[in-house]
Design a protein around this ligand. Structure first.
Ligand SMILES: O=C(O)CCC(=O)C(=O)O
Ligand SMILES: [Fe+2]
Length: 362
């Protein structure tokens, strides 16, 4: 099924209203939410093109030895090979994602670009090739700015004090940009994981998951496969809607942290990437995701309802539904929202991120 996601302009004077109308379900019968296409995002097309070229260059031309040297599981940066990560935490290694990726942190912006002093090890294809380095670092900065502008829009939409979300993202330690490559899958391509062992073909390139941060921006190459779960199909037969690449637009989706803060008002929706369904989807698929994360010490407790307009508080999902959703996302039983009105406790952005990364095999 092809989706008709809202198309929102970042420069529209009505951005806060557009975000609220487009994303926040006002009734149970409404379709998928939490995803939209962003236009007028001010990311130069040449920079996006350059970043895709850098990504292609890394995945296709870098040696495996150099790729391995970039792996830093503590700092959560660098390369992950095919079959090493499973975005769907319920899946086993044999059913892990059929993708490789490279995580870049904002730390690459803060030092002169040299192999010795960068806190993150960049491989030769992304460091010595100047045009690749320029495109990647330029895109990192633009993506962070777009996320900040969107969070300003959400602040206004929720009538919150100015700067509240910016304060919760100060530092940017946990923001990551992820270059992703899904290998080509022609009928004769053997399904193997990174160790060359047979992998179960489940029809899925990236497993069903919600994103762990506050906002995600996604640029897709011209090959489709991204799908978002129709919210009306939760608890019943699954219905998925396609999110095809759209010329000039970025896909934006709300992550779990913004959902927690807004007490479920802004939903963080389950999505996945499916295997090629038509010949046009069989070549390698590239995407670039930017994950905006709260600072590690930011609390994930929902904003007090007294800070929100009463008409929005009335639209909170029912307590039982909200508790179940939090439980599915790994909030421990003792920290779940309760009947007496107390809300998610004892979790910070950093703790939640660690928990989810562990669940995906990293
Ligand atoms: O590759 C895509 O289109 C989506 C990737 C994704 O959802 C993720 O990395 O969280
Ligand atoms: Fe995702």
């Amino acid at each position: 099924m092809t989706s008709s996601l809202p198309i929102i302009s970042l420069t529209s004077p009505t951005l806060p209203r557009d975000l609220l109308q487009g994303l926040c379900p006002s009734g149970p019968s409404e379709g998928p939410t939490g995803f939209f296409y962003l236009v007028d995002h001010q990311v130069p097309p040449a920079e996006l093109h350059g970043a895709f070229e850098a990504s292609r260059c890394f995945f296709e031309e870098e040696s495996e030895e150099e790729k391995r040297k970039t792996i830093d599981r503590t700092g959560h940066t660098g390369w992950t090979g095919v079959g090493e990560e499973s975005l769907d935490p319920t899946k086993k290694v044999a059913e892990a994602d059929v993708k490789e990726s490279f995580y870049v942190s904002l730390s690459v912006l803060s030092t002169p670009p040299s192999r010795e002093c960068s806190p993150q090890t960049l491989p030769p294809t992304l460091l010595a090739k100047r045009e690749n380095h320029i495109a990647l670092t330029g895109l990192l900065q633009h993506c962070r700015r777009v996320c900040e502008a969107l969070l300003d829009g959400f602040e206004k939409a929720l009538q919150l004090e100015e700067g509240l979300f910016k304060e919760r993202h100060r530092g940017g330690e946990d923001d990551r940009m992820r270059l992703i490559r899904y290998p080509a899958q022609h009928p004769s391509t053997p399904a193997t994981n990174g160790q060359g062992e047979q992998q179960i073909r489940s029809g899925i390139r990236a497993g069903a998951h919600s994103d762990y941060g506050s906002l995600t921006l996604l640029a897709q190459s011209d090959i489709g496969g991204l799908q978002v779960r129709d919210q009306t199909s939760m608890g019943t037969e699954e219905k998925w809607l396609d999110v095809p690449p759209r010329e000039g637009a970025l896909v934006v989706n709300i992550g779990d942290c913004l959902e927690f803060w807004s007490r479920g008002l802004l939903p963080s929706t389950v999505h996945r990437v499916v295997e090629p369904r038509v010949d046009a989807e069989r070549d390698a698929r590239y995407s670039i995701a930017y994950f905006h994360h709260p600072s590690p010490n930011s609390s994930l407790s929902p904003l007090s309802p007294s800070l929100l307009p009463p008409e929005l508080v009335k639209r909170f999902p029912p307590l039982e539904e909200w508790r179940e959703k939090c439980l599915r996302k790994g909030i421990p039983e003792e920290a779940l929202p309760k009947e007496d009105g107390s809300e998610i406790q004892a979790m910070t952005g950093g703790e939640y991120l660690k928990k989810r990364l562990k669940g995906s095999g990293l």
